[in-house]
Design a protein around this ligand. Structure first.
Ligand code: TMP
Ligand code: ZN
Length: 414
């Protein structure tokens, strides 16, 4: 038998090739063409695509981020048609207990009897159910066919101004409109906001939650960059968008979600909290060309270090088949890949991480007390919850969390 030596190329971290100046792309908020290209993650598959274990590998599209030098909206250069991304969609927000608690507290604060609550991109209905539990009449808007088994009232369409005009019951009728992690997924943000303005009551409130670009730069969360996320919001850009539709960005609060997010409180009129001016001043100081370029240099260094660490851990298993897991694996060398990635989402079980042959398996308690290999938590934003669960299941091995400051959880430390 002849042994064939496989000649692997050395690992090279995807490098940002910065370029600045007028671009072919116009900012989707302010229309400026003064764009800085600062992160290039190469070609990547759609991060939540359904990858079968032995079928063809799903297709890839360039993944490159530009920052608008006028309103500081970071944005992708390529828009993948929404039906390719959302026609079927395996992500279920309610899998995370942290997320369920977040929705419950939002509903407690803004819901209540007699109110009409509308949740855009309602996914598996976690927030709609929480709003209903608060006494509100709650409706979701969700285009994906993947949530047919979820029991809540919804309009099965993409959100748009035209949709509001089609449903007279929504026109000027909504007390609380919620849009969690959806504005960043939308190409025509002006149409989205027109719809918000049309549907809100005069004294209604829109709660818009988005990942925050400054947190991405600070926390080095390059793995939150994927095709679904068309925009990475600054408060400067959010305010510009609200103003364009005669809406008031009345408050901005930090959220510890997805590596760092913002809750924007938007109304038709009223006072503006001091937090807004504070954010604007910080962004005017911190969001400059040099900050973006330093970020991409740090991303490359981080990937190199991570690649070395993970290669040394092979064979290891991953936990959390999140979209960010797809991104991270595609920034790594295949020799640093996990054997398998566990996830609690039944709908991912039996598939593979998109664009790879790494299988996704449903995590079941009985396996972890006998597992000796290290576990890497790719869904690092849920690390505390997942570590507690794994230890509760009797897992005694070492756990590695590949966050900005990677860390280990070992039983000796406990
Ligand atoms: P997300 O960061 O986009 O919310 O994705 C988190 C992924 O991690 C998602 O696929 C669900 C998975 N997960 C578990 O499997 N078990 C858990 O306990 C938690 C918190 C997340
Ligand atoms: Zn802009």
């Amino acid at each position: 038998m002849t042994t064939v030596a496989l000649d692997f190329a050395p690992y090279v971290a995807p490098v940002a090739k910065p370029s600045t100046g007028p671009s072919r792309i116009a900012c989707r908020v302010c229309g400026s063409t003064q764009m800085l290209s600062y992160l290039n993650l190469g070609k990547q598959p759609h991060a939540n695509a359904r990858q079968t274990l032995d079928g063809p590998l799903v297709s890839s599209t360039p993944l490159r981020v530009f920052a608008c030098m006028k309103c500081q909206l970071s944005q992708l250069s390529v828009v993948v048609p929404p039906n390719e991304l959302y026609g079927t969609y395996s992500y279920r927000s309610g899998v995370s207990a942290g997320w369920r608690a977040h929705c419950a507290s939002l509903a407690k604060q803004y819901g209540g009897a007699g109110k009409l609550a509308l949740d855009i991109a309602s996914n598996d209905g976690t927030l709609v159910r929480a709003m209903r539990a608060s006494g509100a009449t709650a409706v979701g808007v969700e285009p994906s066919r993947s949530f047919e088994d979820c029991d809540y009232d919804r309009i099965s369409r993409y959100w748009s101004a035209a949709l509001v005009e089609e449903f007279p019951n929504l026109l000027g009728a909504v007390d609380v409109l919620t849009a969690q992690n959806v504005l960043g997924h939308v190409a025509d943000v002006h149409d989205f906001m027109r719809g918000v303005a049309l549907s809100l009551k005069q004294d209604g409130v829109a709660i818009i939650e988005v990942p925050y670009v400054c947190d991405m730069l600070r926390a080095l969360s390059f793995d939150t960059v994927y095709h679904e996320h068309l925009s990475y919001w600054s408060v400067t850009a959010l305010r510009e968008l609200c103003n364009a539709h005669q809406m008031v960005l009345s408050d901005v609060q930090p959220l510890k979600l997805h590596g760092g997010s913002l809750r924007a409180v938007v109304r038709k009129s009223g006072d503006v909290a001091p937090s807004v001016a504070r954010y604007l001043a910080t962004e005017a100081r911190d969001l400059r060309k040099g900050s973006y370029l330093r970020f991409s240099e740090r991303v490359s260094q981080h990937m190199l270090a991570l690649n070395d660490t993970l290669r040394d851990l092979v064979p290891y298993v991953g936990f959390g088949a999140a979209a960010k897991t797809t991104v991270m694996l595609h920034c790594l060398d295949v020799r640093a890949y996990p054997k398998v990635v566990y996830d609690d989402n039944l709908h991912k079980h039996g598939f593979a991480i998109p664009g790879t042959r790494v299988p996704i398996l449903l995590a079941s308690p009985g396996e972890f007390d006998v597992l000796t290999q290290p576990i890497v938590i790719f869904a690092w934003n849920h690390a505390d919850e997942i570590i507690a669960k794994l230890r509760g299941w009797g897992y005694r091995g070492d756990i590695f969390v590949p966050a900005l400051e990677p860390y280990w959880d070992t039983l000796e430390d406990a």
